[in-house]
Design a binder for this molecule. Sequence first.
Ligand code: PMP
Length: 322
Amino acid sequence: IKWSEGVGWHEAQLVPYAPLSLDPANMTLHYAQAIFEGLKAYKRADGTVATFRPRANAERFQASARRLAMPELPVETFIDACDALVRQDRAWVPSSGEASLYLRPFMIATEVGLGVRPSNEYLFVVIASPAGAYFSGGVKPVSVWLSEEYVRAAPGGTGAAKCAGNYAASLVAQAQAAEKGCDQVVWLDAVERRWIEEMGGMNLYFVYGDKIVTPELTGSLLPGITRASLLKIAEDLGYEVAEGRISVEDWKNGNADGSLTEVFACGTAAVITPVGSVKSTRADWTVGDGRPGEVTMRLRKALLDIQTGEVEDTHGWMHQLG
Ligand code: PMP
């Protein structure tokens, strides 16, 4: 679907997958007006296909567009475009359990020009790819590197938007994590380098027995849809849930005195991943006993059961395509 100044959204087309042809002076290539989303379509136990919370993705996409001075795509247009692609690719939606069809909606500037200003033309596209279960052979805890040298997002920056530049800026820290033998980066706040924000592509949760805490939305971390869903699911399951501030010292001390029992990360790709160990310039430690925790696995199952249709969708999160 295209957008241009004075015309608005027009020319919705469903076309076979093919390369895009871009002018070398396309404004996206130089000034990075590029935003995206990620969501999944599941084939459910009863044979129907449904996407998980596409409205939430559509609304976050609008928020990202506002931050990047791009036009907002109407929520219904976003959902209709995803639906049309899933219907077309229905045969590619895997039919077993956690496997899904991953959808990647994105928007880029398409005007040609070298001046730094918002483009007058945009292109919205959705592509799809089948995704297997994230963990084959059992859920495996990840090891994380606390990034003190690099920050992902600063107050007033684009951290709460899902824009391409955030990921470009994170690659060097991800490479550093890999050098330290870790799977993922954990980002700290930009000002004090003390408060836990999020992981590379996932939000974090800290489990203190029956009490569960997730870092509050400060404006510099992504408001994850899995994060928001788990706030509700954890409450449904009777846990005491809160959004708050957790520092590196809180994590280390809670771990040392045993009050912090589990830590997990959550996002569309892996749903829930236990965090098994932490490395930083100051200290390394194992989280709990280093194995997937009971609360982590219970929440993981509760969310997946909704997504795969094993239990009733009491929150109205599944968008049925028939
Ligand atoms: N943080 C970042 C930086 C991400 O890229 C993602 C993945 N979209 C998340 C958190 C988790 O968000 P969601 O639950 O909506 O997938």
